[in-house]
Design a protein around this ligand. Structure first.
Ligand code: TXA
Ligand code: MG
Length: 319
C-alpha cells in the first residue's frame, strides 16, 4: 500500500489505471474518505469486502463523475430524482434507484436497487473522470473504515484503520480533511415519494424545496435495506453517552460555548453545527487513541447539520 500525499494530474491518472486493474484506491470525498474499487470487477469487490470486514449482502454506493452516466446504472428514474440530481450533484447526496443489469448482485447486495452518488471533492472528480476515460463505468466505494466503525475524515485515519488489511498495490490518496465530515444523505427514490434513509448535509427541507414535494414518509416505509441504518454503527471503542455527567478522565464533546467540566478531557469544541459535523469523527477517534473509556457528548440542536449529527451519535451510543 502506498500513500500519495500530493496528488497531481499524473498521480491521479495512475490511480485511475490502478483501479481499472482491480486494485483498491482510498480517496477523499467532501463527506468522508471512500475505499474505491471498479464497480464492474467482481474479484476486486470481493477483496474490498474482505478489507472492510463487511458482510457481503450489504450494498455499495457507485460513484460516477456526472449525471450523464446515471442511466448506465439506474432505470425508471422518477422526475423528483432528476430534480434532486440537478439540484445537489455533485455533492453529498446518494440516490437509491431501480438498478440496470450493470449493477450486479455483488454491488447491490442482491437488491433490485442501486445507490449512486456524484461527489464534489476535486480529487474525486478528476479520479472518476480519468477512470471513465479508461472505459470504467463507476467506482463502488464504502466509507474507508472497518465495518461498524467510525468513518475516516483524513488520509491518516484511513491509514490507521486499514493499512494492515490493504494489499501492496492498493493506494491511499491524501486530499486533506473532509469538508462535511459526515456521510452523504441517502434518499430512497424507488417509490412515489422520496424517503430519507440516512440524514446528511442535504436536509429534508432542501429535498422538499428542490422536488416541490411535501412528504411525511420515513425510513420505516422504505423497502430497501441499508447497513448504515443498523441501530448500532459508526461506533468508536469508547462508550458514548448522550446524557449524564462526565467524571475525571472521561472525554467530552460539545459546542465551544459550553465549558469543560473539571478534570475532563475536551475532545472537541466546535464553534457551530457545521464545524461540529466536521470534527465529530476525529474527536471520537481521538478518544480511542487516548484510550479514553467513556465519552460524554452534548448533542447540538441548532438546525443545519444537527439532525445528521444526532443520528450518528445515537448510533454511536447504542453499542
Ligand atoms: O458519503 C458517503 O456516502 C460515503 C462516501 C465514500 O461516498 N460512502 C458511504 O458508503 O458512506 P457506506 O458503504 O459506508 O454507506 C453506504 C450506505 C450503507 O448503509 C448501504 O447499506 C447503503 O448506503 N446503500 C448502498 N446501496 C444501497 C441500496 N441499493 N439500497 C439500500 N441501501 C444502500
Ligand atoms: Mg460506512
Amino acid at each position: 500500500m502506498a500513500i500519495i500525499s500530493s496528488c497531481t494530474a499524473s498521480t491521479l491518472k495512475d490511480a485511475a489505471t490502478s483501479l481499472r486493474s482491480g486494485n483498491l484506491v482510498a480517496f477523499p470525498t467532501e463527506t468522508v474518505y471512500g475505499l474505491g474499487v471498479d464497480a464492474t470487477n467482481k474479484d476486486a469487490v470481493a477483496h474490498l469486502y474482505q478489507v472492510k470486514g463487511r458482510p457481503s449482502d450489504h450494498p455499495l454506493i457507485v460513484h460516477i463523475s456526472s449525471m450523464a452516466n446515471l442511466d448506465k446504472w439506474a432505470r425508471e428514474i422518477p422526475e423528483y430524482a432528476i430534480k434532486l440530481a440537478r439540484a445537489f450533484w455533485p455533492g453529498p447526496m446518494t440516490l437509491i434507484l431501480p438498478r440496470t443489469n450493470q449493477a450486479m448482485d455483488f454491488i447491490t447486495g442482491n437488491q433490485d436497487s442501486v445507490g449512486i452518488r456524484v461527489p464534489s471533492h476535486p480529487l474525486a472528480d478528476v479520479l472518476l473522470k480519468d477512470f471513465e476515460e479508461l472505459g470504467g463505468l463507476g467506482v463502488a466505494a464504502p466509507s474507508a473504515n472497518r465495518f461498524g466503525q467510525v468513518s475516516p475524515t483524513s488520509a491518516q485515519d484511513v491509514e490507521d484503520e486499514l493499512s494492515k488489511f490493504l494489499g501492496t498495490k492498493d493506494l491511499i490518496l491524501d486530499g486533506g480533511i473532509c469538508q462535511v465530515g459526515l456521510e452523504s444523505t441517502i434518499i430512497d427514490c424507488t417509490l412515489q415519494m422520496p424517503i430519507i434513509l440516512r440524514p446528511g448535509a442535504i436536509s429534508k427541507d432542501m429535498v422538499q424545496e428542490a422536488t416541490g414535494l411535501e412528504f411525511k414518509s420515513d425510513q420505516t416505509d422504505s423497502q430497501v435495506k441499508a447497513s448504515g441504518l443498523l441501530k448500532s454503527h459508526y461506533s468508536p471503542i469508547a462508550k458514548v453517552f448522550l446524557t449524564g455527567n462526565p467524571g475525571i478522565g472521561d472525554g467530552f464533546i460539545a459546542l465551544s460555548d459550553i465549558e469543560t467540566p473539571e478534570g475532563v478531557i475536551r475532545l472537541a469544541a466546535p464553534k457551530d453545527v457545521t464545524q461540529y459535523a466536521q470534527v465529530l469523527y476525529r474527536a471520537l477517534r481521538l478518544a480511542d487513541q487516548k484510550r479514553i473509556k467513556k465519552v460524554f457528548v452534548v448533542t447540538p440542536n441548532e438546525g443545519g447539520m444537527s439532525v445528521a449529527i444526532n443520528d450518528r451519535l445515537a448510533k454511536a451510543a447504542s453499542k
